[in-house]
Design a protein around this ligand. Structure first.
Ligand code: PLP
Length: 393
């Protein structure tokens, strides 16, 4: 038989999945590996989907998604992102944020083009850029800088092949939030070098610290070169519903719609009606999630910092703590696997987020506070068991 695609064969599978596969065979597991809220979608959202099914709203929709959803998105995003997008030509509905990302990359990139992104990164970025035949150019983000972008380093990475800078704030996996000053500098760089900016804002609603959200698309002359990726997954606890969206200039959205037609035709129709209801309804689930995650965040940072050999900078957003394990001198993968086998606690090895993630593990703090406390207790016991007082410097 002929060999299947080399680029796909060489594409690494996600470390997160590997940990889940291992955990699935175990009992009494506390899973801090999740990249999603522990909540489920609010009742009004579910009801809207059921009503859509019962009333026959089950046919194909426009490739760009149903107009009422794009209209309400335009209205709400004007407030949330401080930029106005035309529902007819500058918004499209996608199958989650991941499809929004892929379509945006695919529209812009030709084989050999370069995309600059910070590491540690959401690992799908790499797979997606490579599926476009393009080249990810990695700029390391350092813990000592709170994992913030250093614009001089971004600038140094620009070549004649660079087409896109891809940023993610709040960040998965580091929890960092990019301040307005840095976003303005990145915007200036994009304008000066004539680059597109893709800004992944799927965690916009999960900000706890003192750095507020700032809309980089609202900077003068940026709307035409900025593509915002966002999603219902995290904000409305709708990960499995698969609904995201692109906000961007018409020349990008128009082409992305063409790819959509060829790939999935449209996002499933009842989900699109549910998404309208999510935007129209009370955001009580979101408020509850944020309040709970803010409590967990304090708990995790305080507890981790009190465990010998572990430390953690305070995450400003998303729902991840990026725990420094480098003093254990174990690889992040060995640490995570051994911790799981001995204590049933799932953390994700930092190496799954690029080489810059080595020496760290990602902990998702979306669980109930009691479960969070129990998991942290197990991590403490693991550390004490392996690193006796003599070993602890
Ligand atoms: C940084 C980041 N971007 C995008 C996504 C995509 O989420 P979805 O496709 O569920 O909207 C995720 C999911 O974990 C993420 O962490």
């Amino acid at each position: 038989m002929k060999k299947i695609s080399t680029s796909i064969l060489e594409m690494p599978s996600s470390k997160i999945r590997e940990m889940f596969n291992l955990a699935a065979k175990m009992h009494n597991v506390i899973n801090f590996g999740l990249g999603e809220p522990a909540y489920t979608a609010a009742e009004h959202i579910t009801s809207a989907a059921i009503e859509a099914i019962e009333t026959g709203k089950t046919h194909y929709t426009l490739n760009s998604g149903i107009l009422p959803l794009r209209e309400i998105l335009s209205e709400k995003m004007k407030i949330k992102k401080n930029v106005e997008y035309d529902p007819e030509s500058e918004i499209m509905i996608t199958s989650g944020g991941v499809e929004a990302l892929f379509l945006s990359l695919r529209v812009i990139l030709d084989p050999g083009d370069e995309v600059i992104l910070g590491a540690p990164y959401f690992s799908n970025y790499i797979g997606q850029i490579e599926m476009c035949g393009a080249v990810p150019v990695i700029v390391d983000l350092l813990e000592k800088d709170q994992f913030q972008y250093d614009v001089d380093n971004l600038r140094k990475a620009v070549t004649s092949k660079t087409k896109i800078i891809l940023i993610n704030s709040p960040s998965n996996p580091t929890g960092s939030v990019t301040p307005e000053k840095v976003l303005r500098e990145i915007a200036n760089l994009c304008i000066e070098k004539d680059l597109y900016l893709i800004t992944d804002e799927v965690y916009q609603d999960f900000i706890y610290g003192s750095i507020p959200y700032f809309s980089v698309a609202s900077v003068q002359d940026m709307k035409e070169r900025t593509i915002i990726i966002d999603s219902f997954s995290k904000t409305y606890a709708m990960t499995g519903w698969r609904c995201g969206f692109i906000l961007g200039p018409n020349h990008i959205v128009k082409q992305a719609i063409k790819i959509q037609e060829n790939v999935v035709s449209c996002v499933n129709t009842p989900t699109q009606y549910a998404a309208i209801s999510a935007l129209e309804g009370e955001e009580s689930t979101l408020k509850e999630m944020i309040a709970q995650y803010a409590i967990n965040r304090e708990l995790v940072v305080q507890e981790i910092d009190s465990i010998p050999l572990l430390s953690c900078i305070i995450p400003q957003g998303a729902f991840y703590a990026f725990i420094n394990i480098s003093k254990t001198e174990m690889s992040s993968e060995n640490f995570a696997i051994q911790l799981l086998k001995e204590t049933g606690v799932v953390l994700v090895p930092g190496s799954g987020f690029g080489e810059a993630g080595e020496g760290f593990v990602r902990m998702s703090y979306v669980s109930d506070p009691e479960i969070t406390k129990e998991g942290l207790k197990r991590i403490r016991h693991f550390m004490i068991h392996h690193f006796t007082s003599n070993a602890i410097k």
